[in-house]
Design a protein around this ligand. Structure first.
Ligand code: SAM
Length: 167
């Protein structure tokens, strides 16, 4: 393989690998982000964890509301864009490059935001159940487009499903 082809493969591969790890990249629309944040009802200073934060759009909108945000993104290019885009909020935002399935939830987590694909919602439910056991407080979860199987949402508005996990 020529260096150009190698470079192209290296650039494109992370966008496809995520199909087997969570979801391909597609940003949540601004209005839907506002809707999800309204439903989560986080106060300034509370912490939102975003699993697969893409280009950082959700983080920026949440940070503008005074919410602390921790984001994980496995695609190095998107991680870099999110990191640059959120630099102005560095005191309240942390963006990590990595696979969120292998990361424990930070103890400060008050809410989780996800936009994955249907196939991974069952696995997400198991992850949330295992993480909530270690928590002392409830965690609210907002999922865009896809519902969690076998779990009744507390609320649904448009394409946002809101869930509550209690320890
Ligand atoms: C549908 S996009 C949503 C992006 C962002 N949450 C939003 O709503 O605008 C899903 C994102 O999750 C990332 N992702 C998928 N699997 C992941 C994993 N296992 N760990 C971290 N990020 C992952 C993808 O790279 C992609 O950026």
């Amino acid at each position: 393989m020529t260096p150009t082809i190698l470079l192209l493969v290296a650039l494109i591969l992370p966008f496809f690998i995520v199909i087997v790890s969570g979801a391909p990249y597609l940003p949540t629309r601004r209005r839907q982000v506002e809707q999800a944040l309204d439903m989560l009802k986080l106060k300034p200073g509370q912490t939102l964890l975003e699993l697969g934060c893409g280009d950082g759009i959700v983080i920026v909108i949440a940070a503008k509301r005074g919410i602390k945000v921790i984001g994980y993104e496995v695609n190095p290019f998107l991680w870099f864009i999110a990191w640059v885009r959120t630099r102005k909020y560095r005191k309240q935002v942390q963006v990590y490059w990595g696979d969120f399935w292998s990361k424990p939830f930070p103890s400060s987590t008050d809410a989780v935001y996800v936009f994955l694909i249907d196939h991974f919602m069952g696995r997400l439910h198991k992850k949330l159940l295992s993480e909530i056991k270690k928590c002392k407080k409830c965690i609210k979860v907002a999922s865009y487009t896809f519902s969690i199987p076998d779990k009744k949402p507390e609320e649904q508005k448009g394409a946002i499903y809101l869930y509550k996990y209690s320890p």
